[in-house]
Design a protein around this ligand. Sequence first.
Ligand code: ATP
Length: 330
Amino acid sequence: NGLIVSFGEMLIDFVPTVSGVSLAEAPGFLKAPGGAPANVAIAVARLGGNAAFIGKLGDDEFGHMLAGILTENGVSADGVNFDQGARTALAFVTLRADGEREFMFYRNPSADMLLAPHELNLDLIRSAKVFHYGSISLIVEPCRSAHLTSMEVAKDAGALLSYDPNLRLPLWPSAEEAREQIMSIWDKADVIKVSDDELQFITQNDKIDDEAAMSLWHNNLKLLLVTLGEKGCRYYTKNFHGAVEGYRVKTVDTTGAGDSFVGALLCNIVDDHTIIQDEPRLREVLKYACACGAITTTKKGAIPALPTHSQVLTLLNGAKRRKQSFSFQS
Ligand code: ATP
């Protein structure tokens, strides 16, 4: 299997032990390891793919715990650095009773922001068949330069570049700065995945339709995906576009659904990029990715909820059987 290298932040989310409270009201918190790029790497490995993570952690108990989580899950930590001075990033996250997500980040600065270009494992980056990243690593130096260097090295070595902006507005100095920086690397990516909310944010328009999505197209892009939560996703290529429906499951926590979706997509195209140009095969891959996203919502937390290949097949086969019996009766 070709190597998928994911670059960016890995951190610990602290989530309240009870749901529907504000951060101040929470009686206690549980550790939930995360960080979108790290989740993507683990999603790939859980499905049987070959994954590595590049980033920086604090040389503290939390940092070593996170590196352990990568390796226990079969993700290479050869590109992980430890900072002697700064702590592993932490975020306190709650879903309040009004449905709003509340974040409080401890990054002043945290180790992930201090990854410098000279610390990069360039051999690992050069061996990537797919190089995946977000936008949080663009916010401050020296991590921003490390991010830009890695992208260039990966591209020169022939990797497919995959971008999921994963907007986290509270981390940026302003919305304008977020939009500008997210777009500053837009035309480098071969594959881009945005959520419906991100589409609205980037286009500065409430509309979530083909026209809005197509306004994000760039000349070198091979595949643009817009994920729509339980409704599935829409896909756009140079020659065709369409939609894939989501799967109905008992959702308890949507954290990590997007990362699971991306991991599944990358796993399925890493060894054969031509799938992107072939609509029937691409649709099969996207059904698989939607099933992965759906399964990830059925358990609390991101990493514990990422599915194995056989769990995905069970959902896909079950859905097919339900469809067949439906068409038989009708
Ligand atoms: P994240 O919460 O990780 O930031 P995201 O906003 O990037 O997620 P979503 O659109 O929420 O991405 O989810 C990605 C995919 O996961 C969707 O395209 C869909 O297939 C699946 N999915 C997400 N939520 C649900 C749900 N409630 N029920 C079924 N499938 C879901």
